[in-house]
Design a protein around this ligand. Structure first.
Ligand code: NAP
Length: 514
């Protein structure tokens, strides 16, 4: 039988008492490891993290906690090769896709280490300046931010087992809040291994970081009023989290990142052979194929002026036809597999569903897989849909197929194009392509109303931009409405979620003593 990975809680390793769930290689179908949390004493685990980990972290200053993050970076860097191997085996990713997850995580922790160091040797943060509440200034109000005295529970999705942990853990630990991570079962190995390396290296105080793999049963029941939960995953599970007593009765702070029907929009007035059009095509193909389209930020709808519909369809199709799909261990393969055969089936069903509202413009499914058996491997090939009546095709604005799938949509004029982008009902990100700074700025502000991030690509930034789907820690990640209403990262803004703001009303001498 395969190895059963242990959970780390209460300052020690605990192996589940059940059979557990088997994690597989999604390309070869072979069994890798098992995870199980049966018998883990959850109340004790949460109490230990809250009391022991929380107290130890809060005793440190921001600069000292930033140093802990720098130490975490060193541990992750030292073990990077092992993470690449686990990622290929368990997530079926090619090296470039592993980099998004693994190196993206290391970069993000490094950024918070840097920003945290600049906060200095203080244990709370002032929020604005003191204001007078009395005519002569003898009574004042000063807002402060103090670390929340609870745990941060992360319930994560399968697509970013590394980045999904660290992009949240970095601001939490910097804020002085202990972390309990619950990775998605299908790809939990990488998360568990990273936590193990950091624990083994002894760089964090006891109780600061725990990991519970396997079934999520009972986790939400442990949460108390000062705790926080961050959830990333499907809208259906998000609804369960929101309906939990922890959130409804105890006001546990919840950050939800759910699915998102992101878009890309080519501004009007450009020819099919313009640089703006080719930048859109390049980014659309990249977004469809990076991590086999399993990115919450991936472009799902491609909006173009109606007169360019056929040309853009052809250009995207021609580019997709060059994407080799198969075993990520083969150097000739550009796109690996989905994370599991179950996800493969979900994508197959999603494609069938979109066919009710749109027609297939490019179908990669006829292409042979490289070094992989189609009956076993979870290798999905790209499919480009198109819907000439973008208003009537309601499904394409609503159904997220979590794979290498997108839909091309024509618009009549800019107002129509922007209205179609807003039909994502709140999205993580949209991108704009054009060369007129004034027009781009206007469109960006319009789309900001329903998007967490607006990524504007003009020829001047063709080489410098960070990518539609790449989440940079400097910018907010999250979106309103169906994207979950969450907000993460965005530099030090991320610390807000792990702090409590209070107004201290007192005499000036007391305010100065803060
Ligand atoms: P999921 O099925 O909702 O699972 C997400 C996490 O919730 C997993 O860790 C899962 O554990 C856990 N879970 C399941 N049922 C639960 C319950 N009743 N109580 C508490 N936890 C529970 O989502 P997924 O299929 O893994 O993820 C894919 C989705 O995530 C996509 O729709 C994608 O758009 C979204 N996503 C969003 C973002 C973002 O930042 N907005 C990022 C990545 C992915 P098990 O694995 O053990 O079931």
């Amino acid at each position: 039988m395969t190895e059963l990975l242990a959970n780390y809680v209460n300052g020690s390793w605990h192996t589940g008492k059940g059979q557990g769930s088997t994690l597989r290689d999604p390309v070869l179908g072979t069994e890798l490891v098992r995870v199980d949390a049966t018998g883990v004493d959850l109340p004790a685990a949460f109490t230990y993290a809250r009391d022991v980990g929380g107290a130890a972290l809060r005793a440190l200053t921001y600069a000292q906690r930033a140093k802990l993050l720098a130490d975490v970076v060193n541990v992750l860097q030292a073990n990077r090769a092992a993470y690449y191997e686990i990622s290929t085996a368990n997530s079926g990713t090619v090296k470039n896709d592993t980099a998004v997850d693994v190196d993206g995580a290391i970069y993000t922790v490094g950024q918070y280490a840097k920003w945290g160091a600049a906060l200095g040797d203080v244990r709370h943060l002032a929020d604005g300046a003191a204001v007078s509440l009395a005519k002569d200034g003898v009574f004042q109000s000063q807002h402060v931010q103090v670390s929340t005295r609870g745990v941060a529970l992360f319930i994560n999705a399968f697509n970013f087992p590394s980045w999904g942990l660290w992009e949240k853990a970095a601001p939490a630990l910097l804020s002085g809040v202990p972390v309990i991570a619950k990775p998605a079962t299908a790809t939990a190995w990488l998360t568990q291994r990273m936590v193990k390396d950091v624990i083994d290296a002894g760089v964090l105080p006891a109780g600061a970081l725990s990991v519970i793999c396997g079934n999520s049963a009972g986790l939400m029941d442990q949460l108390q009023p000062m705790d926080a939960v961050s959830f990333t995953g499907s809208a259906a599970t998000a609804a369960v989290i929101r309906a939990s007593a922890a959130v409804t009765r105890h006001s546990v702070r919840a950050n939800i990142e759910a699915d998102s029907i992101n878009s890309a929009l080519l501004m009007p007035g450009y020819a099919a052979d313009s640089e703006a059009a080719s930048l859109l095509v390049r980014e659309a193909v990249r977004e469809m194929t990076v991590k086999s389209g399993q990115k919450c930020t991936a472009i799902r709808r491609i909006l173009v002026p109606q007169e360019l519909y056929d040309d853009v369809a052809q250009a995207i199709g021609a580019s997709l036809a060059k994407v080799t799909v198969g075993n990520p261990r083969n150097e000739g393969v550009r796109m690996g597999s989905l994370v599991s055969r179950e996800q493969y089936e979900n994508v197959r069903q999603g494609v069938a569903r979109l066919q009710q509202a749109a027609q297939i413009l490019y179908d990669g499914r006829a292409q042979a897989l490289v070094d992989a058996d189609g009956a076993v491997a979870a290798c999905a090939r790209p499919v480009l849909f198109g819907a000439k009546d973008a208003d009537a095709a309601a499904l394409v604005h609503d159904v997220e197929v979590f794979g290498p799938v997108a839909t091309l949509l024509p618009y009549r004029d800019l107002a129509h194009g922007l209205a179609l982008a807003h039909r994502g009902q709140g999205s993580l990100v949209t991108s704009l392509y054009g060369d007129d700074a004034q027009a781009l700025a206007g469109a960006a502000l319009d789309l900001a109303a329903s998007h967490g991030r607006v990524h504007v690509i003009s020829p001047a930034v063709a080489k410098a931009h960070t990518g539609h789907g790449n989440v940079m820690p400097q910018s907010q990640h999250g979106g309103p409405g169906r994207a979950g209403g969450g907000s993460e990262l965005g530099g030090l803004r991320a610390l807000d979620f792990y702090h409590r703001r209070a107004a201290i009303q007192a005499a000036p001498e007391v305010i100065q003593g803060l």
